[in-house]
Design a binder for this molecule. Structure first.
Ligand code: IPM
Ligand code: MG
Length: 358
């Protein structure tokens, strides 16, 4: 039975990078027997322009039906003046929460070919392979109450709430322990338990869940130290698990260790393994429409989709090997360009990956 994939290009460079990833999917379908049907819908600013809201019902209905979703990126200056409740980002956050995609996997892997593109010294990042497991449907991103209120003394006050229930912590911890078990068997849980009660509970619950994983070595780290350790000696980490907001911040930091945020894919999964796949970078409005964006994070997100939601590990390997090949061949988009390499456009990079598939 063929699997259904919903494609959501979004805004900024979203449509450019997604069309290269779709090209890869189409070749896998037409030439390599991947049984998939693709559908496309609106999200983010593109949806606001067309329908008035960032997550139209039609998009959400389709998203609920399909086996997996491929998303580009959302947001841009055009929509920044809108109320926060109807901005493009709400389309993305709405998909995550409506579909219960609580487990966000963000691998930070350094391709040896890109060691020179990292802002850190080669020996610090060589061989880097970290998996960040970010809680994605809770914490301060979704906590109530939230808003901006008028105080008696005539000034306004902005407020958000950081909440985590035991069951939310338990399920993300279990995902992280399971992943650690299949990798280097080391899990570092990142919190701010010295200041925030919600993450004191986080630490307690993660420790409790760990009792069932005697084979995984669990450690805990405060988030400020984790940020420092990531740039000091990142190879000390195998799997990291953390809250929604800490994961947002630390994954950008980890991404840069690998040379460019343009290389990093992600998977957001529900309890059944249904997922939404997206590059971890944003819509990069400053370079949108110039054809210079790096499509590799989105193409690698398709590989994650094949592995985690479509049960096609061989197809996933095929994509990852193809990306390896084009990097070996010296092809680079602007963000990962270094001396002696060949700078190519977004589209040429997509074409090169397609040719390297066979
Ligand atoms: C990410 C992004 C999003 C987030 C934004 C676009 C809402 O930064 O996926 O990391 O904060 O989660
Ligand atoms: Mg982010």
């Amino acid at each position: 039975m063929s699997k259904n994939i919903l494609v959501l290009p979004g805004d900024g460079i979203g449509p450019e990078i997604v069309s290269e990833a779709v090209k890869v999917l189409a070749v896998l379908r037409d030439d390599f027997g991947l049984d998939v049907d693709l559908d496309e819908a609106l999200v983010g600013g593109a949806a606001i322009d067309a329908t008035g809201g960032p997550l139209p019902d039609a998009t959400l209905d389709l998203a609920r039906e399909v086996d997996a979703i491929l998303l580009g990126a959302v947001g841009g200056p055009k929509w920044e003046a809108l109320d926060i409740s109807i901005r493009p980002e709400k389309g993305l956050l709405g998909l995550r929460s409506e579909l219960n995609l609580f487990a966000n996997l963000r691998p930070a892997i350094l391709y040896p070919q890109l060691a020179a593109a990292s802002s850190l010294k080669a020996d610090i990042v060589a061989g880097l392979n970290i998996m960040i497991v970010r809680e994605l449907t809770g914490g301060i991103y979704f906590g109530q109450p939230r808003g901006v209120r008028e105080l008696d003394r005539g000034e306004r006050q902005g407020f958000n709430t950081l909440v985590y229930s035991e069951s939310e912590i338990e399920r993300i911890a279990a995902v992280a322990f399971d992943i650690a078990r299949k990798r280097g068997s080391r899990l570092c849980s990142v919190d701010k338990a010295n200041v925030l009660e919600s993450t004191e509970l986080w630490r307690e619950v993660v420790t409790r869940v760990g009792e069932a994983y005697a084979d995984v070595e669990l450690s805990h780290m405060y988030v400020d130290n984790a940020a420092m350790q990531l740039v000091k000696w990142p190879k000390q980490f195998d799997v990291m698990v953390t809250t929604n907001m800490f994961g947002d911040i630390l994954s950008d930091c980890a991404a840069m260790l690998t040379g460019s945020i343009g290389m990093l894919p992600s998977a957001s999964l529900d309890e059944q393994g249904k997922g939404m796949y997206e590059p971890i970078h944003g819509s990069a409005p400053d370079i949108a429409g110039q054809g210079t964006a790096n499509p590799l994070a989105t193409i690698l997100s398709v590989a994650m989709m094949l592995r985690y939601s479509l049960d096609e590990p061989a197809m996933a390997d095929r994509i990852e090997h193809a990306v390896d090949r084009v990097l070996d061949d010296g092809l680079r988009t602007a963000d990962i360009m270094s001396e002696g390499m060949t700078e190519v456009s977004c589209e040429s990079m997509g074409d090169a990956v397609v040719s390297a598939l066979s």
